[in-house]
Write a protein that binds this ligand. Sequence first.
Ligand code: ZN
Length: 365
Amino acid sequence: MADSGRVPHALMLGGMPGIGKMRLARAFAQYLHCQARVDGDSCGRCPSCIQHQTLNNPDLHFAYPIVKIDSKPTLCSDWAPQWREMLEQWSYMPPERWNELMNVGASQPRIFVTESEEIINRATLSAYKEKLKIFIIWLPELMQNETANKLLKIIEEPFSDTVFILVSNNDAAVLPTISSRTRRLNMLPLPEDEIASWLCEQRGLDSREALATARRAGGSISKADQIACHPDELKEFAEIFQNLMRAAYGARMQMLKKISETTAAFGRRKLIRFLEYCNSQVRENFIYNLRMPQLMQLSPDEEAFSQRFAPFIHAGNVEEMTEAFSVASRDVERNCNAKIVMFDVAMILATLIRRPHSRPSSGAR
Ligand SMILES: [Zn+2]
């Protein structure tokens, strides 16, 4: 696109979190500005490239979700030091890390309407030095409606020297009025061997450990990183998951209540990791029944459990079970009462796990 001079005014990079969309957006912006492109890459040495690499290019602007300070409206630039740290230290952009850097507590970061005014102001100023002004908007799905409405016109009919690059973790949630005005590029999950070598190089894992971790990460570097940062959790999670499933099958209410209390006490981030673990185990056990070892990612401990447990996960309950864990995960993210969320999940499991394998075809879902 850049070489043929046909860069759309607005691009949207979509795909799951942790696959390098922001890295691509930044590399593309640097390429667009580079004064001495070589073989389809930026030179890395011209003044413009240096400015990009040091995050000092006056014609590259970032917009991203933030929280208010003292309930006053803020601009992204108020959070510039944290943003710089994020881009430099966490270039695969795990959103939970960004929330931690801002110390958001229970508030939900947003791209506020004040920011769209700022973007319009900056776009209307003549370019400082380069030909092109580039706006990278991270997580456009977190724009307030008002913000999006203000930006519509400039995204649809931008000035000739302006490019918007939207980087989304969930492009289905971006307001259609915005997404329909962009050229969408869908980025794919990363291959396991790439994730494994990243873990070896960046986190010092040995190659066996790295590959096992990569297999659980579903193509996302940030998920792999999260798993690698908490190596002791897997054993703990496996034990609780197995107890949870046994108690659900036996409909042992006291036990289910106890497990919901123990897990609720994990705190938000660890509890979400646990729910994601449960979700992956349900999937793995479903696959286990298909006898396709090449698709399986179970440890020897987990496999020993699965030999007897897997038949209880089948086409009649697998979807609803994974949905229950996903909903719980979202509720915990939104700061709902964790004990109630976990007890709810336990009750749903107790119903689903005893559901017979073949269900009457007339049964309503
Ligand atoms: Zn250059």
